[in-house]
Design a protein around this ligand. Structure first.
Ligand SMILES: Cc1cc2nc3c(=O)[nH]c(=O)nc-3n(C[C@H](O)[C@H](O)[C@H](O)COP(=O)(O)OP(=O)(O)OC[C@H]3O[C@@H](n4cnc5c(N)ncnc54)[C@H](O)[C@@H]3O)c2cc1C
Length: 505
């Protein structure tokens, strides 16, 4: 394999850094474009109180442990950022990064007149590179975005790894009927992204003695609500919860894509155990947290939630703040704005608010789509909710991979495995199957994910219960042993974590 091939990595969050590390190790000289002036992505710009919600043993680079000084299970965002920075230094990634360089457009240009739709094999050959196809990148100086397009720089590369992150940049602001949107609010409305970007003292001044409502139920929402409650005022949110069950025994209880008859039978036979496991956790959570008292019992079963990667670890003393009245929870399916605050579904009086913070997520699919120039690739991405082959390759988009877009209980862990897999692929250690086979595989995984997850769930997420099975497939492609424990019992009952794959590179 020709290591002289040019690889561009877009984004220097954890995904971009890992993509860079593993391609460097395979002898390539990737170039990383980062729109910001520093690395770390979401961890470089978040609210003061944000902590990791994945236990740190699972959110750990396989060959670079957390420093002993970091003691707790859930490090805070500064510790995460420092850890990520130390990783970049340790593996000499920083010299590969071009900071303040925003890639505004990527365009696939091929000198052959091949019709992309007529290909049987990815890129025509199933291999990572093609002699005739190149990606053209337009790169803007992010420090001077209003400069004329003539100052943009152009790059030509053989392969693109998109690591642009799904939890930044393009906020999702819901649409409202006429006269029921934020324009009618006397106070101020902002998105959680804008709140997170504020300096702590500016944020404190903004909310001081104000009635603040936070809309949302995921991590950002509960963090912001708890942070504001510790400073002043009442807030609104609801919660979801996480737990890990990453061992092969629990995996036997669920149906898997491509399972044979025996595995199917075993899953049917063992499924009552899964029900008992899920129900016990629900009972435990109801016992530990006053969910019923505050009408916060989730509508979906615990199992559905973890299969949808929808879980939130609550900030410390969250329910103490609810109890002392500094945090007020309200469950609602929909809301609209009025002069004095929010009208919440099923209530006749407005929820008085001076400030409304929408922690309503990001338009991640649109962000991904927008970076491509071609309409054909727009169509490939649209409505896909990012279901990719091995969670990183779109069967119809050649010479390109996407990392960090599929959800998982630990994005670092799952993205590192995919980075290793991708580096093996780029190094020519295997070729991709036919496009039709990849599409079939994607469909099969999608069917499985949908049957496990909430019906309304829009994102692609390999269920927590299928992480090991998914990693097994990556290992098989890379031709390395997927059984990484010593002994039958350890293999069956011990949780798998990044460390188990340390030797895979
Ligand atoms: C508050 C919060 C808490 C979280 N907690 C957890 C957790 O506990 N466990 C977990 O697994 N996950 C968590 N996540 C998810 C988190 O997003 C991932 O764990 C991970 O950090 C994502 O890394 P990434 O590199 O894929 O994306 P990002 O961190 O978003 O990085 C993307 C980078 O790409 C750059 N970029 C984007 N577009 C361009 C462009 N066009 N040109 C150049 N550069 C570009 C951005 O500037 C950014 O630096 C959390 C997310 C948030 C917001």
């Amino acid at each position: 394999m020709e290591r002289g091939k040019r690889i561009a990595i877009i984004g220097a969050g954890i995904s971009g850094l890992m993509a860079c590390k593993y391609t460097l190790e395979k002898g390539f000289s990737p170039i990383v474009f980062e729109a910001r002036s520093g690395i770390g992505g979401v961890w470089s710009q978040t609210i003061e109180s944000t902590k990791l919600q994945t236990p740190k043993d699972f959110y750990q680079f396989s060959d670079f442990s957390w420093p002993p000084a970091v003691q707790g299970t859930y490090p805070d965002h500064t510790q995460v950022l420092e850890y990520v920075q130390a990783y970049a230094v340790r593996f000499n990634i920083l010299p590969r990064i071009k900071f303040n360089s925003k890639v505004t457009c990527i365009d696939y240009v091929t000198s052959s007149d091949a019709d992309l739709l007529s290909w049987d094999l990815w890129g025509g050959s199933g291999e990572p590179f093609s002699p005739s196809g190149k990606w053209h990148l337009t790169v803007q100086n992010a420090q001077n975005p209003s400069a004329s397009a003539a100052t943009d720089q152009m790059y030509q590369v053989d392969f693109v790894i998109l690591c642009i992150g799904r939890y930044t940049d393009l906020p999702n602001i819901p649409d409202f009927p006429l006269n029921q949107g934020p324009e009618v609010l006397n106070g101020k409305m902002l998105h959680s992204m804008d709140y997170a970007a504020m300096d702590d003292d500016v944020a404190t001044a903004l909310i001081k003695e104000k009635r603040v409502t936070v809309v949302g139920f995921q991590k950002s929402a509960v963090d912001i609500a708890a942070e504001i409650a510790s400073k002043n005022g009442a807030s609104l949110c609801s919660c979801r919860i996480l737990l890990f069950c990453l061992n092969r025994f629990t995996e036997l209880m669920v149906h898997k894509p491509g399972e044979g008859f025996f595995m199917w039978l075993l899953a049917v036979f063992l499924s009552p155990l899964l029900w008992i496991f899920s129900t016990s956790i629900e009972c435990y959570l109801k016992f530990v947290y006053p969910l019923k008292k505050y009408n916060m019992v989730p509508a979906h079963k615990f199992l559905k939630q973890i299969s949808s990667c929808k879980f939130t670890v609550l900030p410390a003393n969250f329910y103490d703040r609810v109890k002392d009245g500094s945090l007020y929870l309200k469950k609602s399916q929909s809301f609209s704005f009025c002069k004095n605050g929010l009208m919440v579904q099923g209530e006749s009086r407005p929820l008085q608010s001076d400030i409304v913070i929408l922690a309503t997520g990001y338009k991640s699919e649109e962000k991904l789509k927008n970076i491509f120039r071609s309409n054909f690739f727009h169509k490939c991405i649209s409505g896909s909710s990012a279901p990719f082959y091995r969670e990183c390759i779109h069967p119809r988009i050649p010479q390109l991979a996407i990392l960090g877009y599929a959800d998982s209980p630990s994005i670092l862990y799952s993205t590192e495995m995919r980075s290793k897999w991708l580096a093996h692929f780029l190094a020519g250690n295997f070729v991709l199957p036919k496009i039709s086979e990849m599409e079939e595989d994607v469909m099969e995984w999608e069917k499985c994910k949908r049957s496990d997850a909430e019906e309304s769930h829009g994102r692609s997420c390999v269920s927590t219960l299928l992480q090991i099975y998914f990693n097994d497939q990556l290992c098989k492609d890379m031709r390395c042993n997927s059984r990484r424990k010593s002994g039958f019992l350890a293999e069956l009952f011990e949780a798998y974590c990044p460390n188990d794959y340390k030797a895979v590179s």
